[in-house]
Design a protein around this ligand. Sequence first.
Ligand code: AHM
Ligand code: MG
Length: 332
Amino acid sequence: MTPQEGIPLDRFLTETLREYPGATGTFVDLMQSIALAGKLISSRVNRAGLSGMLGATGSTNVQGERVQKLDAYANDVFIRALEHRGHTCMIVSEEEGGVVRVPEQWHSGRYVVAVDPLDGSTNIDVNATIGTIFAIFRRISEEGTPAGDADALRPGTDQVAAGYLIYGSGTVLVLATEQGVHGFTLDPLVGEFFLSHPNIRYPERAQIFSINEAYAHEWTPGVREYVDTCKAEGGWTARYIGSLVADFHRNLLRGGVFLYPGTVDKPEGKLRLLYEAFPLAYIAERAGGAATDGRSRILDITPTELHDRTPLVIGSADAVQAATARMVGQTE
Ligand code: AHM
Ligand code: MG
């Protein structure tokens, strides 16, 4: 255990922010709200089988996907946690067709939050790992006024922080800021997140590739070539959970690459730019990794719609670079 480990999230944030002259504490407040939402969702996820929360609501979201009861719960919890505290002006959620603006009776604050409230929802009913992913932007429009669409549709490089919560054998909050990437584990008895993974960096060597091989017949030749190379090289192992956040987290700690490429039928792939690819790309880069859409850096893309999709190759920098080189038709 390093001397830093075990310090509570609040203390960590306050001490980190002291380094910023003029910081008002609004970001700490925002992160406290996100942590609270994470604790509520974590508690409900742990009891899902008992509390009648398994299964679908019967409705579909704006993207045509079946909404699970926990998707709806997590979305409500996030919006309620963020909208009235004066730090947020706008929320973009996978479960909402349009943006959610902070209602007029509350102060419309400094930050825009894009969130996938419950990522990996097909895994809910089988007790596999799921998570929450969030991106944080500072608004462009003036604080105290209603936020505009331009506050949401911005390149990934505009993020000031990003993170995720992973509900696995334990609940971990991973937060990336300019200061690096740090992981905090929830002690459910105390109800606090404590620093458990300071200064996360990708390991030197990638050994894991994660891709849904069921779609191999739809892959472009470059993707097939890359996966074949990993298999031929030896020293690699394949792991795919089907929860982006869980696949990403494992590869971040162990070294690896996750691919969800576009296919001939769906060149834009499945994953969403604003609240899946952007935040994870921000985290990956802060941890020494990389993220591309198979051609360009993810963080350089500007979304045109809230729910834009993108192919995603993300993880250890060398592996991402090697996969991308194949995908653009070059040789390494
Ligand atoms: P979701 O946000 O609705 O849960 O969908 C996204 C999920 C990702 O977590 C995961 O990487 C991917 O869908 C898995 O898709 P597939 O089953 O096509 O491999
Ligand atoms: Mg998702």
